[in-house]
Design a protein around this ligand. Structure first.
Ligand code: ATR
Length: 281
């Protein structure tokens, strides 16, 4: 029987999940299909309630991750901490939910900047939304001892810091110069710099010469923020790998093969970005 999986989002049209899972399905000669479902949040609870009649699992993207968390029968530990689910599968008739965003972020960083963690230096995270929550969770889980969480709306950073405990220090976006001078890793989790959005205008002058700079945004692949970091000679890791790596655990659950994020996969998505004029801002 063909294993049918989809990505559930709103909009869903821009999701690259069908393309990347399709690559692995073909590569491994699997009898599988990966489609897309545009499901607005209003009808998402009903969609998830009937998911099993049409699919063996799904990925969940914005704005449905929190709804998916409430819809599953059982969420794994990470999803429970984040109260958000991005991967759904079934076990003995039970709908299971997991969250692989932090895994994707860390795997991308490990691949793009091996040894980033060895400095033992604090981390500066920009943004305090849903993406930030997953990334901060992953960084703390890895053992980061001090993390500044900088956000335009300080209260939002404070609320997130409360959830995570004393290792996370909330600050305003205007107060990052000092922390930046100490940070070994600087992460943008805001939507700024995304195609169609304004750029993230952060002065990187105070950054250490050995700092690693990464961006969760991957459209464009080279965000103005990463471009500025490169111009200063800093090591950078783009956000595309986070998308590619977060897909690995789901594919393994659905199809029973642990796929590899290889050069062919990255080239496929980069080519799609190029074709759509999304490599640069
Ligand atoms: P996501 O789930 O992608 O993280 P989100 O929850 O809407 O999306 O969070 C967006 C993040 O981008 C927030 O940190 C937001 O800051 P606020 O909490 O102050 O809104 C940040 N952001 C969006 N637009 C911004 C802007 N123009 N300037 C600074 N930060 C911005």
């Amino acid at each position: 029987m063909t294993t049918r999986i989809c990505v559930v989002g709103h909009p869903a049209a821009y999701s690259r999940s069908p393309m990347l899972h399709g690559y692995w399905i073909k590569k491994h000669g699997i009898d599988g299909e990966y489609g897309r479902e545009d499901v607005p949040p209003e009808t998402a609870p009903d969609f998830f309630a009937h998911l099993a009649t049409r699919y063996q699992g799904c990925n969940v993207t914005s704005p449905n991750k929190e709804i998916a968390f409430r819809a599953v029968d059982e969420a794994d530990e990470t999803a429970r901490r984040l109260e958000a689910v991005n991967t759904i599968w079934f076990e003995g008739g039970r709908m299971m939910g997991g969250n692989t965003d932090a895994y994707g972020f860390l795997s991308n960083l490990d691949e793009g900047a091996p040894g980033w963690f060895k400095s033992g230096r604090p981390v500066l995270v920009l943004g305090a939304g849903g993406a930030s929550r997953a990334i901060v969770d992953g960084l703390l889980d890895r053992g980061v001892e001090k993390l500044w969480l900088a956000n335009r709306t300080l209260e939002r950073a404070e609320a997130l810091a409360d959830l995570f405990g004393p290792r996370v220090h909330p600050i305003g976006l205007g107060d990052i110069a000092g922390p930046m001078g100490e940070a070994g890793l600087i992460v943008n989790t805001t939507s700024l710099g995304m195609k169609g959005h304004e750029a993230l205008n952060i002065d990187l002058t105070p950054a250490r010469v050995d700092a690693v700079v990464t961006d969760a945004v991957y459209v464009p692949l080279e965000t103005p923020f990463l471009k500025a970091a490169k111009a200063r000679g800093l090591a950078t890791v783009d956000g595309l790998g986070m998308l590619l790596h977060q897909a690995v655990p789901g594919f393994e659950r659905w199809f029973g093969v642990r796929p590899v994020v290889d050069a062919g996969l990255r080239a496929l998505i980069v080519e799609d970005l190029r074709a759509k004029g999304q490599l640069e801002a």
